[in-house]
Write a protein that binds this ligand. Structure first.
Ligand code: SAH
Length: 251
C-alpha cells in the first residue's frame, strides 16, 4: 500500500494527525527533501527506509514503491504542502493504477494557507475579492496560453503565485499590463510557517526589486491583491441584520 501524504507547509506540527500516524507506521518513506521539513522524519520507525526524492526521477520513485510493495511493506510518499498543488502526484497514481498497486491520499496544509496565516490575512474579503487564483509564472515549465498572467490579472482578484520568485521582473510587468494598478498591495512570503519565515510587503510594481533586495529566489509565495489593503465590507454572515439558515435577523 502506498500513502501519499501532505506534509504541510513547513512547521513540523502542521501535518495532519492521519499523516503523522501513517508516517510513524511506514516501512518506507520517500520525501521531497527540497521542501519537506526533515524534523517530520524523527517519528519514523527505527528501521524505516528513507529516500529523499530531490535527486530521484519518477522511475526511481516507482521502483522503490514496486520493491516495497513486492515485500509487503507500507510506503509513505511525503509531499510538501498539499500533494494536489504542483505535487506531480497524478503521474505516480496513474503508474500505480497500471501496476494494480493500491494507494490513497491524505491532504496537507498547502503553503498558500500557511502564507495567509503568516500574513494574518483573509484571501476572500467581502467587497474586495471572492476569488483566489493559484497559478505560476511561466519559466521552463510552460503555462497554457489562456492562463498567461496578463489574462488572469484582468480579474483583479486575489492571486497567489507559486514557483515564481525568480521570474518576477516579467511577472510584475504582465500583472500590471493585465490590470493590477502598480500600487496594488503585494507580499512575498518566504518559508511560510518555518522557523525562518520572512514576510516582505510591497506593491505589484516593486515585487522584483523586493525579491532582489532580500535575495529571495525560491521557497516563496507571491501574494497580490486588495486583500492586503485596509478596506473591506463586513460579512453578511455575522451581520445582525442578515437572516440565514441558523439565525434570524435581529430588528
Ligand atoms: N504542494 C506544495 C507546493 C509545491 S510547489 C504546497 O501545497 O504548498 C513548490 C513551491 O511551493 C515553492 O517554489 C514555493 O513557491 C511554494 N512553497 C512551498 N512551501 C512554501 C513555504 N513554506 N513558504 C512559501 N512558499 C512555499
Amino acid at each position: 500500500m502506498i500513502h501519499f501524504v501532505g506534509a504541510g507547509s513547513g512547521a513540523e506540527d502542521l501535518i495532519t494527525l492521519r499523516g503523522a500516524r501513517l508516517l510513524a507506521e511506514a516501512d518506507v518513506v520517500i520525501y521531497a527533501g527540497s521542501l519537506v521539513n526533515p524534523a517530520l522524519l524523527k517519528n519514523c520507525r527505527e528501521n524505516c527506509e528513507i529516500h529523499d526524492s530531490a535527486s530521484m526521477t519518477l522511475e526511481d520513485v516507482l521502483s522503490v514503491m514496486d520493491r516495497a510493495e513486492a515485500a509487503g511493506q507500507t510506503t509513505v510518499r511525503l509531499h510538501t504542502g498539499d500533494p494536489s498543488v504542483y505535487g506531480a502526484i497524478r503521474e505516480q497514481m496513474d503508474a500505480l493504477e497500471e501496476r494494480g498497486i493500491p494507494y490513497d491520499v491524505t491532504p496537507g496544509v498547502s503553503s498558500f494557507c500557511g502564507a495567509a496565516a503568516a500574513l494574518r490575512a483573509e484571501y476572500t474579503l467581502p467587497g474586495v475579492s471572492q476569488t483566489v487564483i493559484i497559478t505560476r509564472a511561466e519559466g521552463r515549465t510552460p503555462v497554457p496560453e489562456r492562463e498567461q498572467l496578463k489574462k488572469l490579472a484582468e480579474h483583479g482578484s486575489t492571486m497567489v503565485l507559486f514557483l515564481s520568485s525568480s521570474l518576477l521582473e516579467k511577472a510584475q510587468q504582465e500583472l500590471m499590463e493585465g490590470g493590477y494598478a502598480p500600487e496594488t498591495p503585494a507580499a512575498i512570503v518566504y518559508k511560510a510557517t518555518w522557523p525562518d519565515e520572512q514576510i516582505f510587503r510591497c506593491t505589484v510594481s516593486t515585487l522584483a526589486e523586493t525579491a532582489r533586495a532580500n535575495q529571495i529566489t525560491k521557497t516563496a509565495l507571491i501574494t497580490i491583491g486588495g486583500f492586503l489593503g485596509d478596506r473591506y465590507d463586513r460579512s453578511l454572515l455575522y451581520d445582525p441584520g442578515f437572516s440565514h439558515g441558523c439565525r434570524e435577523a435581529s430588528k
